[in-house]
Design a protein around this ligand. Sequence first.
Ligand code: ZN
Length: 134
Amino acid sequence: MEKIKQSLTQFMNGRYGTDELSKFMMVITMILVVVSSFAQEPILYAISLILIIAVYFRMFSKNFDKRYRENQVYMRYYSKIIKTKNKQKKTQELKKVYHYYKCPDCKTKMRVPKGKGKVKVSCPSCGKQFVKKS
Ligand SMILES: [Zn+2]
């Protein structure tokens, strides 16, 4: 057992190994394998096969620079998605407390607290006043 471990360490020496992108690809692969076995869709199976080959290729790669850059691209997209998700969540929480209106004149968006009955709203950008139920 020790010998196998040793030779594996030796083999992986100077190779890139796993990173966030690889882990993400592995998760996608697993999902695709499960889905393709249910859906009997050979294309999905083929994609998962290509993905797993790509994961191993990256893991055993000696081109650290290129792999690192690939991971950076992935991380940039990942943080973008997380940011958008957080923003959506925040907007949804605000929607519970505020009504969102558009100015009938200039279409500026504004928000009014909910549950105040009829309120007179004045547009912050053009000054137009209109009555809304809140
Ligand atoms: Zn306006």
